[in-house]
Design a protein around this ligand. Sequence first.
Ligand code: PBG
Length: 351
Amino acid sequence: MPLSSRTLRPAPAAPLDGNVREGGLDLIHRPRRNRKSDWSRRLVREAALSVDDLIWPIFVMAGEATRSPIPSMPGVERLTVDEAVRAAVHAAELRIPALALFPYVDPTLRDPAGSEALNGQNLVCQTLRAIKKEVPDLGLITDVALDPYTSHGHDGLLDEGRILNDETVDVLVRQAVVQAEAGADVIAPSDMMDGRVGAIRAGLDAAGFQDVQILSYAAKYASAFYGPFRDAIGTAKTLSGAKRTYQMDPGNGLEALREAALDVDEGADMLMVKPGLPYLDIVWRLKEAFGLPTFAYQVSGEYAMIEGAARQGWVDGERIMLESLIAFKRAGADGVLTYFAPRVAKLLAKG
Ligand code: PBG
């Protein structure tokens, strides 16, 4: 029920001398009462963050027993498959519901068509199999897009500077099926091609994967906040040109509703908004409009800004981390993809 206008109306203005008592104003409404003590603040808190809200994105690379730091994402490392399995075990112990996997693909395996995306033995597929074997009950989400695999760093096929939509969708459908075969529970198309959700749904169903969910990056903006991620997957240097012909313009809100409506029609099970904090209005609008499970991605640049400032001692990193995550919940998100996931999960477990 919306707050009644009666409740919101300020107390009627009384003549000044009638309104002033000894000891203070004669106020009817004193919102501060509910904030007076910790127990009361906890009792009336509207949004809560729990470990069930967390999706942990991790980066995988070839090799063995190695972790390599990503300088623009302090505290985050690329993991070899065996290390990714250890991270997955850790995530399960912390009760984090799901991981999202992103590969750093060896540059020699990248080509203009992103063919390695369709190799059933590629890094993501190897990681899926290895984790499923060890921790079968952990949710595994895979990104569908070609950028880790293309020599030009774009999410789709490129023809004389133009990203080809329909040809790309054909490849993405095959990529999704390859990932499902290797054990992906959730396919998350992040490419922003038109029509890909419907095509992927049909492709998965035809291959017998009716139960594989689709988490659509319904509203993904052409954002500078992805900078550190591109360092992590090694596309920062190779990316030629911007992604503005397929990712959304940061000035648009209604267009996000339209994008999401299409994805819902095409069979998306869950929606995502990305980046996160700068686009909380979009999270709110999509949740209000569709009521589907809606997630926000606190992307690499958001992580880097918080963690970078915290490491300088300029802000209280732990408090900012928690405050930024509760903001997503307040805005209506059902969960958040965040690089802080294991740290937050540990804190929440301590209570
Ligand atoms: C690629 C993809 C990107 C991210 C997730 N999937 C980057 C991009 O579109 O360039 C960004 C995530 C982050 O910044 O943490 N399709």
